[in-house]
Design a protein around this ligand. Structure first.
Ligand SMILES: Cc1cc2nc3c(=O)[nH]c(=O)nc-3n(C[C@H](O)[C@H](O)[C@H](O)COP(=O)(O)OP(=O)(O)OC[C@H]3O[C@@H](n4cnc5c(N)ncnc54)[C@H](O)[C@@H]3O)c2cc1C
Length: 392
């Protein structure tokens, strides 16, 4: 393996480059946007399995330093029913991190290790083993990795009939409120309100941060959503969450300047082809299990590392890709299936009608036997030092 071209410098791109570097393989990352993504995106949660994967790359401590731990998860329904979801013994907390901070730590680590990241390089076409960029530039590759997110170009180049992302019917917004929620510092509350789903957590220095999955009539692009004035968003938020406890207070005590849209919430249906010839997908391009899973970034990091492991151990590229898919597909599709059940219960409508039949059986299973429901997701560890076998 001489050279890997990685398309996309989001989360999966830099992680793939770092993992390949550890495997002794050189890579260059090509990012469509002209600059780094500092300050872009909202908050995401890295699960213990995602942090364990970052541990392999020596990046976990730096990510921990910009995260806050969340060791308690509480679920509330219509502000009345309250249920603490049981944790798993010996499993660490969720690491709640701004996407921009996670991005910056991974990007800085890649640069520190001498990995080249080229900006303003939007991939438009592949000509045999040459990547062609919008600015006319070209780059030779032995392997091309599509880490180009949920609207992936590489996915379409691998399979022109590949499905695209599906909109969940909701938009993501976040804000900071001066309202103090009566919760312990490490608690995150998932709240099914009267007209929509939201979540919140207390901040260390006072006040609370909230996020909403706002039911909306059409999937606005980030640019369109940002054209709507913050005052208008505040009106919509008050209308949707105003009668919820504590949703109403959280919104009423939110400063308008702190509100920002994180975008339309999408989910990726199962992607039939993850690879073709010398091209392969990682991260959201291959599997975006919806924000309800709490696993999007963690699964992306895992896939990036497993791909590097397969390319390290198997010389034949198609066989390495087949081994990678065999290691990953079942796992990511199980997570997506669980998240999709939760998603359905977040869509608008009277709580009792939509939520109870869909969510309750899943919740009861989780409460009764967390080891069986979330154990396999959170306890997953990548055996980096073990050799990957060629698939039979
Ligand atoms: C702007 C943004 C904000 C986000 N905010 C949140 C959030 O608030 N909460 C949350 O849970 N998740 C968020 N996510 C998603 C989360 O970061 C991902 O689910 C996850 O980390 C998977 O990362 P990824 O690297 O596969 O994809 P992404 O993080 O989407 O990265 C893909 C990268 O590929 C680049 N790219 C796309 N097409 C091309 C091309 N043709 N050529 C070259 N480069 C290309 C993109 O510009 C992007 O930098 C956000 C993603 C983005 C892009």
């Amino acid at each position: 393996m001489r050279h890997v071209a990685i398309i996309g410098a989001g989360i999966a791109g830099p992680v793939t480059a770092l993992a390949l570097r550890k495997a002794g393989i050189d890579a260059t990352v090509y990012e469509a946007y002209p600059t780094t993504a500092d300050g872009i995106g909202g908050t995401l949660a890295l699960a213990p399995n995602g942090m364990a994967a970052l541990e392999i790359l020596g990046a976990a401590d730096a990510v921990r330093a910009v995260s806050r731990p969340s060791s308690r998860t509480v679920l509330t329904i219509a502000g009345r029913k309250r249920m603490e979801l049981p944790g798993l013994s010996g499993v660490g907390p969720l690491s709640v991190v701004r996407r921009a901070d996670l991005y910056r730590v991974l990007h800085d680590e890649a640069v520190r290790q001498g990995i080249e990241i080229e900006y303003g390089k939007r991939l438009v076409e592949v000509d045999h083993t040459t990547a062609v960029f919008e600015d006319g530039g070209r780059a030779e590759f032995d392997v091309l990795v599509g880490a180009d997110g949920i609207h992936s170009t590489v996915r379409r180049l691998i399979d022109p009939n590949a499905p695209g992302p599906k909109w969940t019917g909701m938009l993501g917004l976040e804000g900071v409120s001066s309202y103090e929620v009566p919760e312990d510092p490490e608690t995150m509350v998932f709240a099914f309100g009267k007209r929509g789903y939201y979540l919140y957590w207390p901040e260390r220095d006072g006040g609370s941060t909230w996020g909403v999955n706002l039911p909306y009539h059409r999937p606005l692009s980030l640019t369109e959503a940002r054209e709507v004035s913050t005052e208008e968003w505040m009106r919509i938020l008050r209308r949707t969450y105003g009668e919820d406890v504590p949703g109403g207070d959280l919104i009423r005590h939110t400063s308008v300047e702190s509100v920002h849209v994180t975008g339309a919430l999408h989910i990726m249906p199962s992607v039939p082809r993850w690879h073709r010839d010398r091209m392969v997908l990682v991260g959201d391009a291959a599997h975006a299990p919806s924000n309800s899973s709490g696993q999007g970034a963690s699964l992306s990091i895992e896939s990036a590392i497993q791909l590097a492991r397969c390319l390290r151990d198997i010389d034949d590229v198609p066989q390495a890709f087949a081994a990678y898919e065999r290691l990953r597909r079942t796992r990511v599709e199980k997570v997506a299936a669980r998240a999709s059940k939760i998603n359905h219960s977040k869509t608008p409508g009277p709580v009792a009608r939509t939520l109870m039949p869909l969510l309750m059986p899943l919740l009861m299973k989780t409460v009764m036997n967390p080891e069986r429901t979330t154990g396999p997701e959170l306890r997953y560890r990548i055996p980096w030092d073990a050799r990957v076998d060629v698939p039979a």
